[in-house]
Every structure is written in structure tokens, then in C-alpha cells.
Design a protein around this ligand. Structure first.
Ligand code: FAD
Length: 388
């Protein structure tokens, strides 16, 4: 099959790029290995009428008015701000950590306990809070999330951990616009790629010889898979999920997301999806739906979630990236192609930029090489989530 642009992957990156190229008159074919579109952001409607996201809760937030207007072309958004608590010593406590909690827990010993230049994540956290608070909220949660000791993680990961006041409980510098698309993310992306031919349930890598992109192949799957893992696998942390419907209960949690930082609890968090629905819809629904998440290591063909920000994986990614640079007419991008955690607004902004760059070269005779460099994005450059 020959097309001007072939977009592999119908996640946010692929859908935004396909939309932009198609809008500019490009001939685009989307190839997606799942039987549905939406990628990591896709959602489904449970038989109770409760919408759930397949791969953990996706809270949309963005700081840019332009990007907020962009996504609202494809869906009406209703207001929703993530509500998160952590179950600490048997009690639900607010997340982010509040100064009032620290004062109550540690009294006159409320100061940070590490003074110096932190060499690792644990020291960076102890430079900002007492040890008891670090252990309550962060230490064991981090061990569950990453499967390694906090002393083995980079200090920069602590950048996302903030301490707030009860009267201003949200993260400082938080993005201005928050919401969820009415009808879900999958429907939003369906509108984005309306009118663009697509092949679902087709793994591009298994059939790559059947496809020819006259101008550019845009590949948003794993960069290690693209090269048949021949230099090794990139590691990820993912979650195994168990979902249970409780037909006779209205609600089980006071917030949508309850984190479990205690080592005594195997799950890392539980999500009550009903909280994410618009209020009027929530009232009409019988029962409630809970998903419990258990972190696992993942690689290769498994469900891949968070890139592991260590030196070995970063070096391996750079190696694959250098190989990708040497191939013409192929752009490997997106969270899996760049082995990097992107929030949805970042993924959309990046996809628009990359599509814009491709279109700028469309009428030039210069064959465009992939615009990402080996020195460019890598897992360790961007702090991954440590808590939600
Ligand atoms: C657990 C988790 C929770 C998150 N929560 C939030 C949140 O609350 N807020 C937020 O802003 N962001 C969140 N994100 C980030 C969000 O999921 C990403 O920004 C988004 O998924 C990026 O889209 P993408 O298209 O780059 O990747 P993906 O969505 O992974 O899309 C890649 C697509 O390529 C397809 N594909 C791969 N290989 C092939 C192949 N060989 N052939 C054909 N198709 C292929 C895949 O099936 C997939 O559909 C979260 C991420 C994770 C991991």
C-alpha cells in the first residue's frame, strides 16, 4: 500500500499528526495494531454506564489557551480537576502533602532533615520534609512504583513533589485549564481523524514490507521494537489492573484516586471512575466501578507505561535514536518512539509542531530527515511522575 504519509499508531500523537497532515491536503493512511483507536488514552463504557480509561485515569490539563481551544474543536470539555488522596496510617490524607499535615505529624520536629547537595531522590526529598512524612507518603510508594530503592533514583525526580497549604491545596504553577471530554477521549480522537482512512488490528512491524510512504512514515510505536530489539529492550514500569463493579454501593471512596503508599498494601492506587463523570450523569448511575492498580516491570510487546529513567535505558534509547537518524523518510516519535513521558497536552503540542515541520518541507525538494536528535528527548531529561 502506498500513501503520501503513513501514520503508525492511532494514539494522541498519531491522531493529531494525521489530522494536521490531512487538513493541509496530505494523503494519509493510519495503521493501528489495536482494534480501537486512542492508544494509551482510550476509554470504554462499562455496562453500568460508567466511563473508564483503559490505562489508568487521564486528567486533561493545559496551560496554553491556544491548546485548550485546539482540543475543544473535537470535544466539549466539562470541568474536572483531579482529586487525589493517600491512605496514610489508615487515614485518607490530602495529596499533594499539606504543611498542616507535617505540623500535626511532626510538631516541633517539622523541619527537613537533609542539608546539602542531594545525590539521589531520597536525599532530595529529605531536603524538603521530615523523615516521617517522607516515609508516610513517598518512600514505599516510590519503591512500588519503580521497583528500586529511592536512593537509586535521580534527585531531579523530586522536582514534582510540592508541599502546599490546606487553603491552596493544588500544585503551585498548576496548569490553568482542567477538564474531561464529554463522551470520552476515544470519541474526541475519532472526530480528529474523521475522514482519514485507517487500518485497525494491523501490526505495522509484522507487515512493514506491504507499506510504502511516499513522503514520510510516522511511527509512534516503541523505538526498540522498530529495530527488532536488536540492541536490547527498553524497560518500562506499567500497572496490572483489576476492575470490580459494586452494584449495590453508591460510592466507595471520597475522591477519584486513592494512593496506597504503605508497603502493607500491594496495590499502588485505586480509582473510582464515577467521580470522573459529570454530576448529572453520576446521579443516574446504579453502583460504582473501582480499578486497583499493581505496578509491574514491562518491556517488548507488553503494555508499556512509564519509561525507566536510569542511565542504561537512556544510553540504549540514544543508541536507537542515532540509528533512526540515519534512515530517510521515517519519523519515530510519540511517547514510545521518544521513550519519554509526555502529558497529553505536551504530546499534542509536540505532534502539532512535528506535523508543521513536515508540512513546511512538503513542497521543498530537500528530503527531510527525522527532526529529533540523539541528544534530544530521553527519559532522564524529563521528570516522570512520582505520585499520580
Ligand atoms: C499510566 C499513565 C497515565 C497517564 N495519565 C495522564 C494524565 O492523567 N494526564 C495527562 O495529560 N497524560 C497522562 N498520561 C500520558 C498520555 O497517556 C500520553 O500523553 C499519550 O498517551 C501519548 O500518546 P502517544 O500517541 O504518544 O502514545 P500512545 O497513546 O501509546 O499511542 C501509540 C499507538 O501506537 C500503536 N502502535 C504501537 N506499535 C504499533 C505497531 N507496530 N503497529 C501499529 N500500531 C502500533 C499503539 O497501539 C498505540 O495506539 C498518562 C500516561 C500513562 C502511562
Amino acid at each position: 500500500m502506498t500513501e503520501e504519509y503513513i501514520v503508525v499508531g492511532a494514539g494522541l500523537t498519531g491522531c493529531v499528526m494525521a489530522h494536521e497532515l490531512h487538513k493541509a491536503g496530505g494523503r494519509v493512511l493510519i495503521v493501528e495494531r489495536n482494534t480501537y483507536i486512542g492508544g494509551n488514552t482510550s476509554d470504554v463504557l462499562h455496562e453500568s454506564g460508567i466511563r473508564m480509561h483503559r490505562n489508568g485515569p487521564h486528567y486533561f490539563r493545559c496551560g496554553s489557551d491556544a491548546l485548550w481551544n485546539y482540543v475543544r474543536q473535537f470535544a466539549e470539555f466539562y470541568p474536572y480537576r483531579a482529586q487525589i488522596q493517600a491512605l496514610v496510617n489508615g487515614r485518607p490524607e490530602a495529596w499533594p502533602i499539606q504543611r498542616e499535615y507535617i505540623a500535626q505529624r511532626c510538631g516541633s520536629k517539622s523541619q527537613a532533615v537533609f542539608d546539602g547537595v542531594p545525590r539521589n531522590f531520597e536525599e532530595a526529598c529529605l531536603g524538603r520534609m521530615p523523615r516521617a512524612v517522607y516515609e508516610d507518603f513517598i518512600k514505599h510508594y516510590t519503591i512500588k512504583q519503580w521497583g528500586i530503592q529511592p536512593t537509586e533514583l535521580a534527585p531531579g525526580l523530586a522536582a514534582r513533589i510540592q508541599i502546599v497549604s490546606a487553603d491552596r491545596p493544588h500544585l503551585a504553577g498548576a496548569k490553568r485549564h482542567h477538564g474531561l471530554p464529554l463522551g470520552g477521549y476515544t470519541r474526541m480522537m475519532e472526530r480528529m481523524i474523521d475522514g482519514i482512512p485507517r487500518l485497525l488490528a494491523c501490526d505495522y512491524l509484522q507487515h512493514r514490507r506491504s507499506f510504502h510512504a511516499a513522503r514520510m512514515l510516522i511511527y509512534t510505536g516503541g523505538i526498540d521494537a522498530f529495530f527488532n530489539y536488536d540492541n536490547g529492550y527498553l524497560d518500562y514500569r506499567s500497572q496490572r489492573r483489576e476492575t470490580e463493579y459494586f452494584p449495590d454501593e453508591e460510592m466507595r471512596q471520597s475522591v477519584a484516586q486513592l494512593n496506597y503508599p504503605s508497603p502493607a498494601e500491594a496495590a499502588i492506587r485505586s480509582i473510582e471512575w464515577k467521580h470522573l463523570l459529570p454530576a448529572a450523569e453520576r446521579k443516574r448511575i446504579q453502583g460504582t466501578l473501582i480499578t486497583r492498580e499493581y505496578p509491574v516491570a514491562a518491556r517488548g510487546d507488553e503494555a508499556l507505561e512509564y519509561p525507566v529513567p536510569d542511565a542504561g535505558n537512556t544510553a540504549l534509547y540514544k543508541h536507537y535514536r542515532r540509528r533512526a537518524e540515519r534512515i530517510g523518510k521515517v519519523l519515530i516519535c510519540g511517547r514510545l518512539g521518544e521513550y519519554r513521558y509526555y502529558d497529553m497536552d505536551q504530546a499534542i503540542a509536540r505532534a502539532r509542531k512535528l506535523a508543521g515541520d513536515l508540512l513546511a518541507h512538503r513542497n521543498s525538494r530537500v528530503v527531510m530527515r527525522t527532526p529529533l536528535t540523539a541528544r534530544g528527548p530521553a527519559a532522564a531529561d524529563s521528570p516522570p511522575r512520582t505520585t499520580c
